[in-house]
Design a protein around this ligand. Sequence first.
Ligand code: SAH
Ligand code: SF4
Ligand code: F3S
Length: 469
Amino acid sequence: MDLNTIERNDPDSASQSAAAASAPAKKVFVKTYGCQMNVYDSQRMTDALAADGYTATDVIADADLVLLNTCHIREKAAEKVYSELGRIRDMKAERAAVGREMLIGVAGCVAQAEGAEIIRRSPAVDLVIGPQTYHRLPDVLARVRGGEKIVETEYAIEDKFEHLPQPKRAEMIKRGVTAFLTVQEGCDKFCTFCVVPYTRGSEVSRPVAQIVAEAERLADAGVREVTLLGQNVNAWHGKGEDSMEWGLGRLLFRLAEIPGLARLRYTTSHPRDMNDELIAAHRDLPALMPYLHLPVQSGSDRILKAMNRRHTAKDYLALLERIRAARGDIALSGDFIVGFPGETDADFEATMDLVGQVNYASAFSFKYSPRPGTPGADMPDHVPEAVKDERLQRLQALLLKQQQDFGLGLVGSTIDTLIEKPGRQAGQKVGRSPWLQPVIVDEKAGEIGDIIRVRITKTGYNSLFAELA
Ligand code: SAH
Ligand code: SF4
Ligand code: F3S
């Protein structure tokens, strides 16, 4: 999962419901932090709110409801929410001065982790809602409008996905030709640094029929590429249409049968859940893109053990060998943590070593951030900040070099590109390579949604330039 903390507004998610057609529409502003799962959840919350008469806005001052979909993964990510809440509180006061309401809601992983504490620290907040209860959002809002402050962070017993409304087809079309689809949520792995098992709860897989139906609706709305999401997406399992137990590999084969869906991806996977069936899908399923995000966190067995990753560096490298034997052109991506408690210079060198051996096409790397309630926070020998800084710099320099070399290695070759959107500059369109790089082409090269053959002419910082082959 691309879990570096990204902030996104959700301007694409405007939607108008029949209910809202008569009354003046209320407006919601959604701001998304954290991983792709939050991006998906923000869309689904927007859909639930559309059914409740809200249209989306990207102008916060116009919003009757501001929703922050938050991330708790590192301290910085969590603290950002409070500084944002400070600013929003002032806007709420300005609107109140002219007799207009602005409700403030906090959703996502900070909501789940901190609950009522959020309202204590930021009394302007009206509702706090955890990731397992988004289907209750319209009910919760009704109570909030009645003057209550609500904290809703129970893990619901019912399947939230079953109760969350699907977007209208027109709305889906507006969202573009690539889409996320959550198939699995939660985590039972309990890595000692990580809050996710506490904020998202234990592993739950969505049923096959639900996933297939959602993918079919996406394809019907013109989506060409679907990325299946899960905190441990390759732990997904479920009873298939043949009553057999399916794993993610089998599910990918099924989704590839849906007309129109040309490309499939999945993220994030755990090395321990990469099974033979999934590796075979990389070999036999052309729709499955040759790109795999497989975090390893550290190259030191001592640190991997302390992190409770339950595999060694050698296990990871052997696994990559099997995957590369199945799909020669697969590009690897990873996540790394530097400065986990007890990490010595030698441990860090083992990480640099592993990176040198793997050759990543892209990667995310972070300084260890102690999280309240996780075992790592209470471990001895925390690494000084200056040492973490220096290690991170060295690691990132190596990873950046590998990423650039990967791009350079593609110059002159001919590849498929899915055209996604207009470019930032006039006369251009932006596509996506099989390895997730943005590909800049002439706007006449094809229409949005087309998959075209292009020749790579040069690389940009993070993108490729190409001409029609
Ligand atoms: N499920 C995925 C990762 C989920 S969290 C996996 O098991 O690999 C995404 C990334 O954030 C992690 O891979 C890790 O690199 C980073 N991360 C998680 N907790 C962190 C912490 N306490 N400090 C720094 N980075 C952290
Ligand atoms: Fe966090 Fe580990 Fe679960 Fe990934 S596998 S979400 S890092 S506990
Ligand atoms: Fe952040 Fe929660 Fe995703 S902690 S990374 S938003 S699962």
